[in-house]
Design a protein around this ligand. Structure first.
Ligand SMILES: [Fe+2]
Ligand SMILES: [Fe+2]
Length: 267
């Protein structure tokens, strides 16, 4: 089996629609509100709430598949000198979690009235998992993108509560607990593997910052009152993020915010 498998060759059946990340984000069909009107926090009283929630759930579903594929590749792509065996055990555990999340997300999508392929899939999560340095890979995926998953799941959990939908809120709560664990793994391994190599740690944190900035989606994820996905500070702290680090993500999201509104980020 070859190492470092390219995103284009990932196995998908005929239901999936692959799109380039930039095309997906710029697609005007993502906008269900008049131009220039910011959607605001995902709440049931938004006129496009049902559509926005289905789209987000489809994005979560394809993200779970790619998280599974990425963690699986990390188990395989590196020898024990590059990535300690204990790190691979953590990744194997993560595969188990992501497989369960994939199944839960596809069922939640059906529950909410969508199906596989209603929205396009971009490969951005898996692409971040192709970094040849295991530390950068883990930092980009397990801290930046799984950190985003914490924010997304917390948003969805609160949306489920606001809709009085116990199926959605319970499922999101359980997945959120796993994602906190995955981010914590990223935080712990980053600290361990770069203990004596501050330069490598700096490179990894810089890679994380680039990924974080990109996936704040021009303010779609942030701390502004009208950001649809809110930064989940408490859960991020539990996952090994310091307050300064969270402040930086919030400030970068604010600086990159687009007053003309967002494009839906995932799916
Ligand atoms: Fe997951
Ligand atoms: Fe995860």
């Amino acid at each position: 089996m070859r190492k470092s498998f390219p995103a284009e060759d990932l196995a998908r059946d005929g239901r999936f629609r692959r799109a380039r990340t930039e095309d997906r984000f710029e697609d005007p069909r993502n906008e269900f509100l008049p131009p220039g009107r910011r959607a605001g926090k995902l709440t049931p009283d938004r006129s496009d709430a049902a559509h926005a929630a289905r789209q987000l759930m489809h994005g979560i579903f394809v993200g779970e598949i790619q998280a599974l594929e990425g963690a699986g590749r990390t188990v395989w792509d590196f020898d024990d000198d590059e990535a300690p065996f204990a790190l691979k055990l953590d990744m194997a555990r993560q595969c188990w979690d992501e497989a369960r999340h994939t199944e839960m997300s596809v069922k939640l999508g059906e529950w909410m009235g969508t199906e596989v392929g209603e929205f396009a899939e971009t490969a951005f999560l898996y692409q971040a998992a192709c970094n040849p340095d295991p530390v950068l890979r883990l930092t980009g995926v397990n801290r930046a993108l799984e950190g985003l998953a914490i924010d997304v799941f917390n948003t969805m959990r609160e949306f489920g509560e606001a809709c009085s939908d116990p199926v959605l809120s319970f499922c999101e709560d359980w997945m959120l607990a796993d994602e906190v664990t995955h981010v914590k793994m990223g935080s712990d391994w980053l600290r361990r593997l770069t203990e004596n190599d501050p330069e490598r740690r700096e490179r990894a944190l810089e890679f994380q910052r680039v990924v974080d900035k990109l996936f704040s989606f021009r303010g779609f994820r942030g701390e502004a009152d009208d950001s649809p996905i809110q930064l989940a500070r408490t859960f991020r702290r539990m996952a090994g993020f310091g307050d300064t680090e969270i402040d930086t993500i919030a400030a970068d999201a604010e600086a990159g915010s687009d007053p003309e509104g967002w494009r839906a980020p995932v799916g």
